[in-house]
Structures are given as C-alpha cells and as structure tokens.
Design a protein around this ligand. Structure first.
Ligand code: PBG
Length: 338
C-alpha cells in the first residue's frame, strides 16, 4: 500500500507531461479568458401565451412562472420583457371559439392579432414573432384540416396557413414563424406575404420539428392537444437527422430567412449538423417539457436551478444555435445582468 506522502509526491513521470489542459482552468479569469461560448440576452426569444376572455393572468400548472395573459395585460408583460433586454417575443393564441378549420386563426380581430397590435403600440422596438399553426384553433387539435379518415390534408391546409400569416403581418407582426410542418408551407406563406405587400417580413421556419413528448406542458398551456391520434404523420420522427437536413434545405429553397430545430436539448446533434451545413440564422426551441423538467427538479431541491439552466442554454448555443426560444429567458436575463 502507498502511504499518503507517496501518493501526494506522485509516482508518474511528471516532467514528461507536456500538455496540461488544467493550466488554463485554474482561476476564474483564466477560464473566462479561454471560454468558447457566451450566453447573451441578445439571443433570447421569450414565448407569450395570450388567451381570450380571461381577466387576469393564469399560471400554467405544469410550467411554473409561465402564464396565460389576457390581451389587455400582455403589453405590460411585453414591456417588462423588453426592459430586461430581451429583443423578441413569440406569440401563441388561445381562442374561445374553435372549429374544424380553425377560423379564429385568420380572424383579423383574433386574439393574436389583437395582442400584436397592443404590444407594437406599447413597445414598438420589441420584435414580435407569431407562431403560425392551426392546432390551437381547431376543435380536433390537429395542425391542419382533416379528411373523413382523420388524416391531416396538406395542400388545403396551406391556404389557411397563408391566410393566417397574412393576417398576422397585417396586424403588425415582425416575423412569421410557421410550426405546422406541412410540406410547402414556406413557399405558400412567402407568396401570400409578398402578394400582400409584406415582402420585407421575414419567415422563421420551424424546419426540423420533431414529434416530441417534450411538448406535453405546452399543450396544457395552449389547449392544443390533439383530440385523437398524434402528430406523427406531419412532425418528424425523432430518430432521423438526414431528414432534418432535407427539411431545412426545402425551407430555405422556398424562402425561409431563419431556420429552427425543435426541441433543443434532446436534439443538440441535429442543431450541430444543421449549423455545419447551412448559413442562415439558426434558432433552437428549448421547449415546454425541457423547461418543466428543470423547474420540477429545482422545486424538489434536486438540482440547482440557475446552474443547470445556464448550463443547458449554453449547451444549446455551443451546439450551434444563434437564437434560443426559451421560457427561461426572463430569469436568465436577470442572472446574466448580475
Ligand atoms: C404548435 C406548436 C407546439 C409547440 C410550438 N408550436 C406544439 C405542438 O406541436 O404540439 C411546442 C412548444 C413547446 O412545447 O414549448 N404546433
């Protein structure tokens, strides 16, 4: 057995150890100086849920700290987001009335359209991105219109998505973000925006959006769970990455200005591959379930929240995301300031 003294004096050939990565890890300033990835509030996008006919904000039980906002209050919340230095919000609407074709989605006085106007009036410099998808507006909860067998029809859905996008742009949305995963939707939306005189309104395409279990809490938040079946016939199959590259390529060919991978944490390899191959600004969506997992563990005292949130967001950036859509944005912005 070695004595403690023998162990501490070291028996390896110390002099031959030329490379010692630990040399640059010794102090915080050394670590800071050689740090490769920096988290910044500049890259955060904060999602906001706006619900019709509520009088006050309602916390979403599976997403502590995240609320549904009434139209009348959302501008104040947007001001608070902007005051933290967060450059953009992403809006989701929860209408009272739902039907088979999602009529409220393209109502010029719909909940999102009204919220866009309120926010742009109160904080004109804040970038307002709107999610374009029918699932919050259809009574069956699917992202498009259905045939008799319950299959989501692609091409008839495109017209509705285009109408919805145009009505968001007319209300003042700065960026249109389609999340439906229909084939050809970027082209259809681009054409509708151009025809409507919105050729300068960019499209942020949810290009590689997977059929993920991590959307669970969002569906409570947005009241958008499918009434039957699942989304696997339009959202991507989680095991695929080459298909993700193909989806991104198609969206770019159709006119996407920004591309997205969603979810983020379980798909860092996809983010890295997309970043490697394509030059457009790349967003990653750190989705509801990813948020809830860390919140829940932190509440139980099992994880240090600030530490794991910073680590997770940094990982998303390190993988290659330029922008991060995250429910942690408000808190993270505060931590980054201090
Ligand atoms: C709408 C949409 C969803 C999310 C963003 N846009 C839900 C879904 O596809 O079922 C999920 C966001 C999240 O989980 O945070 N289609």
């Amino acid at each position: 057995m070695l004595s403690e003294r023998e162990i501490l004096s070291g028996t390896s050939k110390r002099a031959s150890l030329v490379n010692r990565p630990r040399r640059t890890r010794r102090t915080e300033n050394l670590r800071r100086m050689v740090r490769e990835t920096h988290l910044s509030v500049d890259n955060f996008i904060y999602p906001l849920f706006i619900a019709e006919s509520i009088k006050e904000e309602v916390e979403i039980s599976s997403m502590p700290g995240v609320y549904r906002w009434p139209v009348e209050r959302v501008a104040r919340e947007a001001e608070a987001v902007a005051a933290l230095g967060i450059p953009a919000v992403l809006l989701f609407g929860i209408p009272d009335f739902k039907d088979a074709t999602g009529t409220e989605a393209y109502n010029p006085n719909g909940v999102v359209q009204a919220a866009v106007r309120e926010i742009k009036k109160a904080v004109p410099e804040l970038i307002v991105i709107t999610d374009v998808c029918l699932c919050e507006y259809t009574d069956h909860g699917h992202c498009g219109v259905l045939d008799a067998s319950g299959y989501v029809l692609n091409d008839p859905t495109l017209d509705l998505l285009a109408k919805m996008s145009l009505s968001h742009a007319e209300a003042g949305a700065d960026i249109i973000a389609p999340s439906d995963m229909m084939d050809g939707r970027i082209g259809a939306i681009r054409a509708a925006l151009d025809d409507g005189g919105f050729e300068n309104t960019p499209i942020m395409a949810y290009s590689a959006k997977y059929a993920s279990g991590f959307y669970g809490p969002f569906r409570e938040a947005a009241d958008s769970a499918p009434a039957f079946g699942d989304r696997r016939s339009y959202q991507m199959d989680p095991p695929n990455t080459r298909e993700a590259l193909r989806e991104v390529e198609l969206d770019i060919a159709e006119g996407a200005d920004m591309i997205m991978v969603k979810p983020a944490l379980a798909y860092l390899d996809v983010i890295a591959r997309v970043k490697d191959r394509f030059d457009l600004p790349l967003a990653a969506y750190n989705v509801s379930g990813e948020y809830s997992m860390l919140k829940a563990a932190a509440r139980l005292g099992w994880l240090d929240e600030e530490r794991v949130v910073r680590e997770s967001l940094t990982a998303i950036k390190r993988a290659g995301a330029d922008m991060i859509i995250t429910y942690h944005a408000r808190e993270a912005a505060r931590w980054l300031k201090s």
